[in-house]
Write a protein that binds this ligand. Structure first.
Ligand SMILES: Cc1cc2nc3c(=O)[nH]c(=O)nc-3n(C[C@H](O)[C@H](O)[C@H](O)COP(=O)(O)O)c2cc1C
Length: 367
């Protein structure tokens, strides 16, 4: 039974734990001839790296990737690509508290109930260090996408931290890389900084909403009914640690709209391609991409390891109190942004390959 893999043709298997010697991804099904080297993957890993500012965990990991196989003379060979990242800043003593006790809101209790054995150091496999492997695989996916659909651009950003949302009127693409929060609204970024400073000092944490948009995705990716691209996107995003909700396009808000408001009207564009008046659909109709932006949003819960006293139980069932010391993100949504982008890249590449396998060029002509 393999439950550590995702993707159909671009198949990514992640392995490793927070406090083991290394973790990584084995990527099978990457087409041959994709130009790739460690620096190209490192670029994306550096965006997820911990310890970059005071709003993320102070664990200092270089997250340096090594390519162990599947690449020859700077190109993929079509054989499995093994990506490895060594763990260099583990401090097991920080985690002695959770050896016997279960952190409320974390996976300690369910891992113990299911497996009867758990690597309590840093949460073991449930640690979001695993997401470094996804980001590495996503870096490879991005390069492979360039060959198959050169216009695709994937970008993630935060739209909400705790109760504070961005104002879409102030949305400025250029701002996204200019603050520690991947925030497109400079005013919201200032509000978030003050809010998080207070939370961090009091040892508490908060949730967030991340939006990931893919532009330039060709029409025709995805298939009815179990191969819908929205199904795969939702599963990919939901598989990220701490994600508790996923929306495509209008998402939950679609329930509040009328059909007249929600259905994106279609016109014929000057270049002979259909254009839509709006994008409530998030770029997907019937599980198949429309050629509009793919828009996915996910909600991330507050970090459960906090410096507040919480009630719990021990492995032997005794009541206990717990305060989780150690180095934890006050808002894990921040570092989830590059992870969401990586999952988007992996799903798009997977569907480009599926589409090429079954259809090749789109067959339906308009006009
Ligand atoms: C980028 C990222 C970093 C995270 N860092 C922490 C952390 O420092 N401390 C913590 O308790 N949880 C952290 N989490 C969340 C846990 O990994 C997650 O809550 C846990 O595995 C339980 O899974 P669930 O929340 O999906 O049920 C992080 C999540 C992400 C996406």
């Amino acid at each position: 039974m393999s439950l550590n893999s995702f993707g159909h043709l671009f198949r990514v298997t992640t392995w490793g734990e927070s406090h083991g010697p290394a973790l990584g991804a084995t990527v099978d099904g990457c087409p041959p001839g994709v130009p790739i080297d460690e620096a190209m993957i490192q670029h994306w890993l550096d965006r997820r790296k911990p310890g970059q500012n005071k709003y993320t965990t102070q664990r200092r990991e270089p997250d340096a990737v090594k390519i162990l196989s599947g690449v020859f003379e700077g190109q993929t060979t079509g054989t499995p690509v093994q990506l490895m990242i060594e763990n260099t800043d583990q401090r097991s003593k920080d985690y002695s508290e959770i050896m016997e006790k279960f952190r409320p809101g974390h996976a300690d209790i369910t891992y113990w109930q299911k497996y009867g054995i758990r690597d309590y150091r840093g949460g073991g496999r449930s640690s979001a260090r695993e997401t470094a492997a996804r980001v590495a695989a996503g870096g490879l996916a991005r390069e492979a996408i360039k060959a198959l659909a050169p216009g695709v651009e994937i970008k993630g950003y935060m739209t909400q931290i705790g109760p504070y949302k961005i104002d879409n009127e102030r949305f400025d693409d250029v701002q996204i890389g200019q603050n520690p929060f991947w925030c497109p609204d400079p005013q919201a970024a200032t509000e978030w900084a003050d809010y998080l400073d207070g939370l961090r000092k009091s040892g508490n944490s908060v949730g967030a909403v991340v939006e990931v948009v893919a532009k330039g995705v060709p029409a025709g990716l995805g298939a009815p009914v179990y191969g819908k691209i929205d199904t795969d996107l939702a599963a990919a995003m939901m598989s990220i640690n701490a994600v508790k909700g996923v929306e495509i396009g209008e998402g939950m808000n679609a329930a509040a709209l009328t059909g007249e408001d929600n259905a994106d009207e279609i016109f014929m564009g000057n270049d002979g391609q259909p254009v839509f008046s709006s994008n409530h659909a998030g770029g997907i109709l019937g599980g198949i991409s429309t050629g509009q932006d793919l828009v996915v949003r996910f909600a991330v819960k507050p970090t459960s390891s906090i410096l507040k006293t919480r009630q719990t139980i021990t492995k032997s069932g005794e009541a206990a109190e717990i305060i989780t010391k150690g180095r934890h993100d006050p808002c894990v949504g921040i570092r989830a942004v590059p992870v969401g982008e990586a999952m988007m890249a992996c799903v798009i590449l997977d569907h480009l390959l599926l589409h090429r396998g079954q259809i090749g060029e789109n067959r339906g002509r308009i006009g």
